[in-house]
Design a protein around this ligand. Structure first.
Ligand SMILES: *Cc1c(COP(=O)(O)O)cnc(C)c1O
Length: 327
C-alpha cells in the first residue's frame, strides 16, 4: 500500500491562496441568545453565505483548480447528497469544466433542481449513496472523468480547513470549535488546522443520532456501514467509505468530544436560529446549535459553532416554524 500523505497546515494555507477569489471569507458573528444560554461567548461561523450555500464550495474549488489541463478538458464527476454536488457544479461552471453529478433517488428534489440550474448533468440512481456511487464510478470510467470526492481527499480536506484560518484570524482566543460531522472532510480539515494553530483548542464533532456513520466507525475502531435513514440533517447522511484513507484516521486523532443530537433537537435548533437570530440554517448546519440548546455542549468558551450550510427545503422550515408559533 502506498504511504498516505495526510494534509497539513501548509496545505491549508496553499488552499486558501488558490481559492481566495472563488469563495468568500465568511462572517463570524456573536450570538447573543446562545451566549446567554451557554454562559460563555458563542460565535457562529456562517458558511451559509458561501457560494452555493455551504462550506463545500471551499473543498470543491481547491480540488478543481488543482486539476491538470487534461483533466479539466475531460471534465469532472461527483456523487453527493446535494451540497457537494452543488458546489462541484458551480465551481466547474466558473472554470468552464463539464460536470456530472450522481445522486441517489432519496435526495430531495429541491436539491436536484438546484444542481441542474447550475448547468450540471444530473444522474439520479438507486436508493442509497452506495448505489449512486457505484453508478458514478461506471460513468467516470466510461467518459474518462475525474472524480471529485466529497470528503476523503487531501485537497478537499485542505479546502475545508481554510475555515479554521479565518476563525483564528477573527477570534484568536477561540477555545472550542463544534463541527457538524458526517464523512469528516469538514471536521478533519478544521480540526487539523485548528490544532496546528493552537493545540489546546477543543474540537467537538456533532452528528445526528439516527445515522452517525463516523461516530459508529470510531466506536468500532474501523469504518463501518450503517443503515440509511431519513433525517432533518440530510446532508449528514451516507457512510464514510469502507476504504476510507484520510478522514477516519484524522477525525480519530483530533476529536475531543462526540455529540449526538435527536431529530427533535435539530428541529428546535433550526427554529431557534430562525426566530431568535433571523437566520435560515439547514438541519445539518444546525446540529451545533442543537447540541448547545440541549445542554450537551459543555466546553470552554469562546465557542465557535460552524454553521455548515443553509440549503433548507423552504417547506420544511416553514412547517417547523409554523408548528412552534402555533403552539
Ligand atoms: C457535507 C455537509 C456536512 C458534513 O461534511 P462532511 O465533510 O461530510 O463531514 C455538514 N453540513 C453540511 C451543510 C454539508 O453539506
Amino acid at each position: 500500500m502506498p504511504e498516505t500523505n495526510f494534509p497539513n497546515l501548509a496545505d491549508v494555507f496553499m488552499a486558501r491562496k488558490r481559492i481566495k477569489n472563488m469563495v468568500v471569507k465568511t462572517p463570524l458573528i456573536k450570538s447573543t441568545s446562545l451566549s446567554r444560554l451557554a454562559g460563555a461567548d458563542v460565535y457562529l461561523k456562517l458558511e451559509t453565505v458561501q457560494p452555493t450555500g455551504s462550506f463545500k464550495a471551499r473543498g470543491a474549488a481547491n480540488k478543481i483548480v488543482s486539476l491538470s489541463p487534461e483533466q479539466k478538458e475531460n471534465g469532472v464527476i461527483a456523487f453527493s447528497t446535494g451540497n457537494h454536488g452543488r458546489a462541484v457544479a458551480e465551481m466547474s461552471r466558473r472554470f468552464g469544466l463539464k460536470s456530472v453529478i450522481c445522486l441517489s433517488e432519496r435526495v430531495p428534489s429541491f436539491r436536484v433542481e438546484a444542481m441542474r440550474a447550475l448547468g450540471a448533468e444530473v444522474v439520479a440512481y438507486g436508493q442509497s449513496q452506495d448505489e449512486a456511487y457505484a453508478k458514478a464510478l461506471s460513468i467516470q470510467k466510461e467518459r474518462n472523468l475525474t472524480m471529485v470526492a466529497p470528503f476523503d481527499d487531501p485537497m478537499v480536506i485542505s479546502g475545508q480547513g481554510t475555515i479554521a484560518l479565518e476563525i483564528f484570524e477573527d477570534l484568536p482566543e477561540t477555545a472550542s470549535v463544534a463541527v457538524p460531522l458526517s464523512g469528516g472532510g469538514l471536521f478533519a480539515g478544521v480540526a487539523m488546522a485548528a490544532k496546528s494553530i493552537n493545540p489546546k483548542t477543543k474540537l467537538i464533532g456533532v452528528s445526528m443520532a439516527v445515522a452517525p456513520a463516523m461516530i459508529r466507525s470510531l466506536e468500532a475502531g474501523k469504518p463501518v456501514e450503517i443503515p440509511e435513514k431519513d433525517s432533518l440533517a440530510d446532508a449528514l447522511l451516507g457512510g464514510i467509505g469502507l476504504d476510507n484513507q484520510y478522514t477516519f484516521p484524522m477525525t480519530r486523532q483530533y476529536i475531543d468530544q462526540q455529540i449526538l443530537v435527536s431529530e427533535e433537537e435539530i428541529g428546535a435548533a433550526m427554529v431557534h436560529a430562525f426566530l431568535n437570530e433571523r437566520r435560515v440554517i439547514e438541519g445539518s448546519g444546525a446540529v451545533g446549535i442543537a447540541a448547545l440548546l440541549a445542554g450537551k455542549l459543555k466546553t470552554p468558551g469562546p465557542i465557535v459553532l460552524v454553521i455548515s450550510g443553509g440549503n433548507v427545503d423552504p417547506r420544511q422550515l416553514h412547517d417547523l416554524v409554523a408548528a412552534k408559533i402555533d403552539q
